[in-house]
Design a protein around this ligand. Sequence first.
Ligand code: C2O
Length: 633
Amino acid sequence: MNGCMARVCAGSSTLVPFSPVTSTTPACPSKKTTVAASRRSRSVSCKATGGDEGLLWLPRREVLTGLTGVAAGLVGYPGLASAEDTCLKGDKVTEKIVECTDPAGGKIPCPPTSTSKIIDFKPESAVRRIRHPAHLLSRENQEKYKEAVAKMKALPAEHPLSFTEQAAIHEAYCDGHYRFDPTNKDRPFDVHFSWIFGPWHRMSLYFYERALGQLIGDDTFALPYWNWDTPAGMVVPPIFRGASANPLYDTNRNSMLVDKLLDLDYLTSLQKPGGAVILPFDESPHSDKYKELVYSNLALLHQQQIRGGRGARNFLGEKFCTEASVKSQGLTTNELRDKKTKAQGSLERMAHTSLHMWVGKNPPSGVACSADTGGVLAHDGNYNCRNDMGFLGSSGRDPLFYSHHANVDRLWHIWSTKLRGKGFPDPEWLDTSFVFYDGIDNPQRVRIKFRDVLDAANLGYTYDKESEKDLPWVKCDLRTLVPHDKGAAPRAKTRGAAPAQYPLTLNKGTPVEVPDVALPAAEPGKQRVLIIDGIVYDPADQNKFDVAINVPKEKVGEVGPTHVEYAGSFSIVPSSKEGGGDLEGKVALCIEEVLKDIGAASDEDVDVVLVPRTAADIKLSVPPVIENFDRDD
Ligand code: C2O
């Protein structure tokens, strides 16, 4: 371990995946280190429930006649018997189902239309591109990257692979320009907040990287990644800084933070007693503050990748499940409201989201955001001033976005290789496809499916092995915020906490205790998951709340990823009000490890504490619940 590493988070060169004890299906084995394995007697993980085939778009009558299929599905997937899981399967997305709409005529960045034939993706014959950390890039590769991006920026804007178009494609897919549903094109479609996030971004980077290589005539050109999961990479990489002459530079960043040591839990740090600690990146690695911040970043990555990232469902996100899909089951409007929500996986909602917020500008305080105050016009007609990275609609305008996402992609790659995580077996996920332009000289439309991108080798790239050798976040000793010996921490009701009333509004600085949330007994082959559904929020604002278990209200302000009581967070990158107003979200958090660590694994109930970290109003429509999911869920 070098001096940069924090005291208790460390890498492991002996990653040994831990096999589930009783699971018969390899769909989602949990990922363990040898240390973790020896500490615990059994392992658990989560994935989406599988189920019936082909019922999605059938009219109601056919759904009913198809119910034997559903019932047959239930036999293999006992989790489906739960009346809660009304979205039996996710929705498969194809270019026939999503459509970029531009009712305003040219105002919306839909990809250029073309009547050219769509060809199917063919796997690359060899791995030619090795992605390296941006902060360790050779001088030659730095120059190559700058040259390639400069050339991409010099293409005519309407070229389907111009830099303008790259940014526009991300904007179109995340700012409500695409509409979903073969019968009703009125539903906004977004590649974030569900199991679509990982594969869609991988595809988009792949075509970006290929185009850059073509522009400089080098088919070994590989996208450098922002290696923010290692202490030496915890700053905006120098090649992206400087001034406008640098094609990798972007003026729309938070100039206060751009050369500072990252804080991957910045929004929460701002609310802690004493506020966020902002340190220059070159702060002495021996200072306590430096060590503490690096430790807390690594602890967050440990939570994201190991503790909270078990199984596809927790790591990659919940099924993409539209209102149309659940409607086919004949539910009432109220039932629908809670069931159509999807949820981000830990890969999306943790370090990824924090860094968007860290890099994007701060909106001017006390002044309305407008074109004059540097805002970008969003699809909903409003200006957003967290650009570029702090707003989904504009993040693709910052070259740093692609290297940031390359590291998100790398952490997925590590999860599915070294950590032996498995993706979803569901055909709705595997066969989801998108169409991208490929080829600078003769742009062609290529259809690529999720199943094509699960192995990076199929896409002809990999990540440098050196950087995978000693992952500093794999082993991490978390701290205990409050004692949990029996009697040491009186439970909320004993202290007189009243039951919360729903809908409930979360206000920054005022934690909410939800006493006595029923905890189903542990069952072999199952995993307890805390579900907070019906989260109503303004997508254009910053939204974050942390969730902790069995922590008294007075102490909970301090809770975060460094603590064993921390169950996870709801956190989003702002986007426009694509659907015309507030959105509904959901977060599902595996808490089996938390329960064990606080000695509550056999209790009948626990106190769930919600800690709002941002000023925007967030409403909860329904109380949190804890459910037992199949271990492979
Ligand atoms: Cu499409 Cu990091 O966002």
